[in-house]
Write a protein that binds this ligand. Structure first.
Ligand SMILES: Cc1cc2nc3c(=O)[nH]c(=O)nc-3n(C[C@H](O)[C@H](O)[C@H](O)COP(=O)(O)OP(=O)(O)OC[C@H]3O[C@@H](n4cnc5c(N)ncnc54)[C@H](O)[C@@H]3O)c2cc1C
Length: 490
């Protein structure tokens, strides 16, 4: 304790932890605030990749900001940052995009059944009621026990063997970073129509929906490729790099509050209700009235929480909530992809699940940057989480481009690989819900226990896995902490 000031510790300086800490530090009542960060930088999975030709910037992690990311967009405006638009908002991207499924281009008519899929997802949700752990009835549990693959087999003609089933499964796999057999069927509802809940403000957030061109045309349902285009192309990026959000937030913290190279190692509740925290930086310890855990589940598993007096359900969630594998191969080009007539705007394929998009669009210069985004072990496992790609991986990327966007192979220069599952402070791309886990954890992960508050994308029910989920969870926990201290959240 520093005098009368209550000690609040935020663990993790990703967007969730920083958004929380900045709100806390802006309160008129000064707090003894500490932000512990294991790495030597802020931002966590919001980390920009610089040093490319023409000063262009790619993203190692969170990149695409949709219209519906209201919390992120609010912060961007508040911090005086500007956005680059990848396509004129609300207008159809001039190139159609490409889906190569089972080795062949999928046609619009093969995907024509997609509106029936979204109708069935809405019908399911009408029967289950709110998707929450404390309201889970039989129909919710039954749906939740199914996997995405099971659901597609049941509700799509020829299921996972059809172009539509495979197209949906591939987008799920790419967007969430898991094999569809590993995910609860409710991941489909979550992704394509949004979940109903009585929790956070930005409900109904779902893949591509607010910007999908068809939603601007009255009475039409967006098609699968419309949604994919909207999620990947009709999006925004912070000029200069998304991680400027993190660095600007960090600059607003009081001097000395942010401590790098301090990994939390244990939390124990003391008899007076405060928490004793130990880090591995020289055996440092802190005593906190209020604690915000804003780190992903895999590194949290490595923290000794035995004495933290957490509930059995919390310990089960920490142990079992899985993290997807989302990887990026960033390729430098000596020209813009759009100067090649065959460039489709964006493209994805199922074997292996890979999507490609232009990360240089909207940025100055003549050169180009492509991002190949994949789930699973497409790019192998080098043991190095982030670094220049080896020649073998670069060749693999070139081969994938040959399938997805032929004509660009000759213009490829340097390559960078991000394998997030190999990053010890992330342990994967972002969290997902395995079969049975919505009924156990939806709406629970955000609930505080004692003086411990939980932030991070995985705690957001409206936009888990997104930058927006991280920011909104940071703002939620700041309000929780201030309320717990008897201070009015401003
Ligand atoms: C490849 C990839 C692509 C993505 N694409 C998009 C996208 O296009 N659009 C989008 O909206 N989102 C995207 N995301 C998701 C988005 O980046 C994340 O949801 C968001 O950045 C998570 O923020 P966070 O604060 O919850 O967690 P993190 O950013 O992981 O922050 C947690 C922090 O805690 C620190 N930490 C961990 N363990 C400890 C410890 N023991 N002690 C102290 N500190 C610790 C970590 O170092 C980290 O800084 C993507 C993510 C990845 C990986």
């Amino acid at each position: 304790m520093a005098g009368e000031r209550p000690t609040v510790v935020v663990v993790g300086a990703g967007l969730a932890g920083l958004a929380c800490a900045q709100r806390l530090s802006a309160h008129e009542r000064p707090l003894d605030l500490h932000v512990l960060e294991a790495r030597d930088r802020v931002g966590g999975r919001c980390w920009s990749s610089r040093g490319w030709s023409d000063g262009q910037v790619a993203e190692h992690g969170g990149e695409l900001i949709e219209d519906s990311q209201h919390h992120v967009l609010g912060l961007v405006a508040q911090l005086g940052l500007t956005l680059e638009h990848r396509a004129p908002t609300g207008k159809r991207w001039p190139r159609p995009g490409r889906a190569v499924i089972g080795g062949a281009d999928v046609t619009d008519s093969e995907l024509a059944g997609f509106p029936d899929v979204t109708r069935q997802l809405r019908t399911d949700l009408a029967a289950t009621g709110p998707v929450r752990f404390d309201a889970a009835g039989t129909s919710l549990r039954e749906l939740d026990e199914m996997s995405v693959s099971d659901w597609l087999d049941r509700h799509v003609e020829h299921g996972n063997a059809s172009p539509l089933g495979l197209g949906v499964a591939t987008l799920v796999s790419l967007n969430l970073g898991f094999d569809p057999s590993e995910l609860s069927a409710l991941s489909l509802h979550h992704m394509f129509v949004g979940l109903s809940d009585r929790g956070e403000a930005s409900l109904g957030f779902s893949f591509g929906h607010e910007s999908a061109p068809a939603t601007h045309e009255q009475g039409t349902q967006p098609g699968l490729l419309d949604l994919a285009a909207a999620a990947v192309v009709e999006v925004m990026h912070v000029a200069g790099g998304n991680d400027l959000i993190a660095s600007r937030l960090a600059e607003l913290l009081p001097g000395g509050a942010l401590r790098f190279g301090e990994a939390l190692r244990s939390v124990a509740r003391r008899p007076d209700g405060r928490y004793l925290l130990r880090t591995d930086a020289g055996g440092t310890h802190l005593v906190a009235e209020q604690l915000v855990l804003a780190l992903p589940m895999p590194p949290l598993r490595a923290v000794d929480l035995e004495g933290a007096a957490l509930s059995p359900r919390r310990m089960e969630a920490i142990e079992s909530l899985p993290m997807g594998t989302s990887n990026k191969l960033i390729l430098a080009l000596d020209r813009r992809p759009s100067t090649t007539p065959s460039w489709p705007g964006f493209a994805f394929t199922d074997r292996p699940p890979v999507a490609v998009w232009d990360s240089s669009v909207g940025q100055p210069g003549e050169a180009g940057l492509l991002t190949l985004f994949s789930s699973g072990d497409t790019f192998g496992s080098s043991g190095v989480a982030h670094g220049p790609a080896e020649e073998e991986v670069r060749r693999l990327g070139t081969g994938l481009l040959d399938v997805l966007a032929p004509g660009l192979e000759g213009s490829i220069g340097e390559a960078w690989l991000d394998l997030w599952a190999e990053d010890p402070w992330a342990g994967g791309g972002y969290a997902g819900f395995a079969p049975g886990q919505y009924a156990r954890f939806a709406g629970f992960l955000s609930q505080p226990e004692g003086g411990i508050h939980f932030a991070g994308e995985h705690t957001s029910l409206s936009s888990p896995g997104y930058l927006d989920g991280a920011v909104s969870s940071g703002h939620r926990t700041a309000a929780e902490v201030l309320t717990a201290l008897g201070l009015c959240p401003s």
